[in-house]
Design a protein around this ligand. Structure first.
Ligand code: CU1
Length: 521
């Protein structure tokens, strides 16, 4: 009798469990840990930036290293922390939410993940090669990126590998959702998180190859004698900006749509009501995705476009406020007359609704072409996109982690520590970034290690906030480790929700939700 008879589900242990795994939960866990480690590394770089900006003058790092920090901080946070984080959520939750046994392409799933660590390593190593890492900002604009040392080539290679990982991951998610839904799980019954990821996967497929093309052209400009972006050879550096932002604007929705999905799962659970306006949520997500492809030049108003172009991009950008407003309305309407409780996931979800709206409104301000000439390349932009990417995407990830940690680990997390993490993070975040609006409006330029004396006070406040926010992330680490090691056993219905809303929020809602009497706990 063979050694393996009767062991159909033989599981390898130790390292090979993680190295060779094709299990969506294991791969989801790998993605989430990778994301968290990158979050700490990118966060440490942010603290270097804030340390330097604590006072005017140059005291902590030299300007070239400062530029590398702003660049690599952003690349790591976007490609290493937020995107893989949400792929981790997708791996864990999508199969379970649609009733599939696993992802459609499990071996490719393994490969998608294991491409990430070497790519991230390459980016970090680039800081230590002769000439240092990329120092042109995450947007990699030429001519700075046509010059520069070997670190830039490392970065281009990193972007290529990360892009392959994202494309493979998107194909997997689309194949899973399209082919592996349980009988009866029609598209319009899928939980919103599944919908937002389906739309995000299409955004990734359409935009990542454009970025890959842009950095490939940079590479051939650098080494193979082309002049796509070099005016000396008849090229055009502004063309790079068009290509980059044709990727870059959809990219910011890639970062936020899965976050909207998480929020749309959390808020109904803690309101004890079905999601308000499910159908409009699906169509709003699709509308946001479509519009994201026709607004890219709002990042480039100051390059000197024809007036008609500026007006087109201004109005197209303003249109995005409509589907986004629909979503915010629906979240508020879900909470309306709900029987609300305020556990850590709900606190995070509500803070996202509030703070992301701040980021959305400052975005609306910047869409106004003539006004943008004042805001362009100032700290106002930095404040704006941290309200969208940190307060939108990252706080949503925290909401999702606390919400699903009991499902993932089998144990309840420490609610007291969770609340400490929430308040320190949210207060630290606002202390860091709210003053940056004022700095930007007063004209402080971004990505510069020194500044004029009148900006000192707000910068000091901002740095103090950044350290509060940064150090409090260690609380999250403790919370997660404690939940993995033990603690109160999580029940099947973790949030004791009588309607079982926490797994999926199907649609259409049984009644008009305003008429549904709130369920009292
Ligand atoms: Cu944009």
């Amino acid at each position: 009798m063979s050694e393996h008879a009767g062991h159909a589900d033989h599981k390898p242990g130790g390292m090979s469990r993680w190295l060779f795994t094709t299990n969506h939960k294991d791969i989801g866990t790998l993605y989430l840990w990778f994301s968290f480690i990158m979050f700490l590394v990118g966060g440490a770089m942010a603290l270097v930036i804030r340390m330097e900006l604590f006072q005017p003058g140059l005291q902590v790092v030299d300007p070239h290293f400062f530029n590398q920090m702003t660049t690599v901080h952003a690349l790591i946070m976007v490609f290493g922390a937020v995107m893989p984080g949400f792929v981790g959520f997708a791996n864990w939750m999508i199969p379970m939410m649609i009733g599939a046994p696993d992802m459609a392409l499990p071996r490719m799933n393994n490969w998608s993940f294991w491409l990430l660590p070497p790519a991230a390593l390459l980016l970090v190593i680039s800081l230590f090669v002769p000439g240092g890492g990329p120092a042109a900002g995450w947007t990699l604009y030429p001519p700075l990126t046509i010059q520069g040392g070997m670190g830039m080539d490392f970065t281009i290679f990193t972007v290529h590998i990360l892009g392959i990982s994202s494309i493979l991951g998107s194909i997997n998610i689309i194949a899973t959702i399209m082919n592996m839904r349980a009988p009866g799980m029609t598209l319009m019954k899928m939980p919103l998180f599944v919908w937002t990821w389906l739309i995000t996967a299409f955004l990734l497929l359409a935009s990542i190859p454009v970025l890959a093309g842009a950095v490939t052209m940079l590479l051939t400009d650098r080494h193979f004698g082309t002049a796509f972006f070099d005016p000396a050879g008849g090229g055009d550096p502004v063309m790079f900006q068009h290509i980059f932002w044709f990727f870059g604007h959809p990219e910011v929705y890639i970062l936020i749509l899965p976050a909207f999905g998480v929020i749309s799962q959390v808020i109904p659970t803690f309101s004890r009501k079905p999601l308000f306006g499910y159908t409009s949520m699906v169509f709003a997500s699709a509308a946001i995705a479509f519009l994201s492809f026709i607004v890219w030049a709002h990042h480039m108003y100051t390059v000197g476009m024809p007036l008609s172009g500026e007006l087109f991009f201004m109005y197209a950008t303003m249109l995005i406020a409509i589907p986004t407003g629909v979503k915010i309305f629906n979240w508020l309407a879900t909470m309306w007359r709900g029987s609300l409780t305020f556990e850590t996931p709900m606190l995070y979800a509500m803070s996202v609704v509030l703070l992301f709206t701040v980021g959305g409104l400052t975005g609306l301000m910047m869409s106004i072409t003539p006004a943008d000439f004042q805001y362009h390349d100032t700290y106002y932009i930095v404040a704006h996109f941290h309200y969208t990417i940190f307060a939108g995407s990252v706080l949503s990830m925290f909401a999702g982690v606390y919400y699903w940690l009991p499902k993932w680990t089998g144990h309840m997390y420490d609610e007291t520590l969770g609340k400490w993490h929430f308040w320190l993070t949210v207060i630290g975040f606002n202390v860091t970034f709210f003053p940056q609006h004022f700095l930007g409006l007063a004209g402080m330029p971004r990505r510069i290690p020194d500044y004029a004396l009148q900006f000192s006070e707000f910068n000091q406040v901002s740095t103090v906030g950044a350290f509060v926010m940064g150090l409090s992330q260690l609380i999250l680490l403790v919370v997660v480790l404690k939940a993995i090691r033990g603690g109160k056993k999580a029940s099947a219905e973790v949030w004791e929700n009588p309607e079982g809303l926490e797994w999926s929020v199907p649609s259409p809602a049984p009644y008009h939700t305003f008429e549904t009497p709130p369920v009292v706990r």
